[in-house]
Design a protein around this ligand. Structure first.
Ligand SMILES: Nc1ncnc2c1ncn2[C@@H]1O[C@H](COP(=O)(O)OP(=O)(O)OP(=O)(O)O)[C@@H](O)[C@H]1O
Ligand SMILES: [Mg+2]
Length: 167
C-alpha cells in the first residue's frame, strides 16, 4: 500500500499524470472516495497525460465515456455513482481489455470483471463536511487529501510497485 498526502488539486492531477505512463490496455483503476474527494481531478490529470481527447469530467447523465488518446489505447472513464450493482455495470458492456478503464464509485460493483485492479482511496482528513458540500465554492478551496493506493491481483500489484518506485 502506498500512502500519500496530496496538498492541493494540482498535485492530485500530477498524481494522475505520474500513474498514466505506467498504464496499459486492460488495466483497471478504481477511484474511491466521497463526493468531492478529488476522483475526477485525478482522472483529469491522468487523461491529460495520456493525451485524451475531450474533457474528462463527472457527467451527470453519461455513465461511461471513451476518450481516444495519443496512443491507440483509449481511456474509458466510468462514473458508477448511479449504478447499484455489478450487474448494472456489467450491462454497460465496457471494453475492459482494450482500454485503460478508470471507474469512480466502482468499489464492490466490479466482482468478476477483472482479476486485477488498482484501488485509489481518497479521503478528506476533515471528513465529509456538509457545509462545504452545500457550497461548491468552498469545496474548490485547496485542502489536503489522504490517498492510499493498493494493488489487487498480480498486474495491479506490479503497478503499485512501479508507482512506488516512481514516487
Ligand atoms: N487536495 C486536493 N485534491 C483534489 N481536489 C481538491 C484538493 N483540494 C481541493 N480540491 C477540490 O475538490 C474538488 C474535487 O472535485 P472532484 O470532481 O475531483 O471530486 P469527485 O471525487 O470526482 O466527486 P464526485 O463524487 O462528485 O464525482 C475540486 O473542486 C478540487 O479543486
Ligand atoms: Mg467525479
Amino acid at each position: 500500500m502506498i500512502a500519500l498526502t496530496i496538498p492541493d488539486a494540482a498535485e492530485m492531477e500530477a498524481l494522475g499524470a505520474r500513474l498514466a505512463p505506467l498504464l496499459r490496455a486492460g488495466d483497471l483503476v478504481l477511484l474511491n472516495g466521497e463526493l468531492g474527494a478529488g476522483k475526477t481531478t485525478l482522472a483529469r490529470g491522468l487523461g491529460a497525460a495520456l493525451g485524451a481527447r475531450g474533457a474528462v469530467t463527472s457527467p451527470t447523465f453519461v455513465l461511461a465515456r471513451e476518450h481516444p488518446t495519443a496512443s491507440w489505447v483509449p481511456l474509458v472513464h466510468v462514473d458508477a455513482y448511479r449504478l447499484a450493482t455489478g450487474r448494472e455495470l456489467d450491462d454497460l458492456d465496457l471494453d475492459y481489455e482494450h482500454g485503460i478503464v478508470v471507474v469512480e464509485w466502482g468499489a464492490g460493483k466490479l466482482d468478476g470483471v477483472s482479476d486485477s485492479w488498482l484501488s485509489i482511496d481518497i479521503v478528506r482528513p476533515a471528513g465529509a463536511d456538509a457545509a462545504a458540500l452545500a457550497d461548491p465554492a468552498e469545496l474548490e478551496l485547496d485542502e489536503p487529501r489522504g490517498v492510499t493506493i493498493t494493488g489487487h491481483g498480480p498486474r495491479a500489484i506490479e503497478l503499485e510497485a512501479l508507482l512506488a518506485a516512481a514516487e
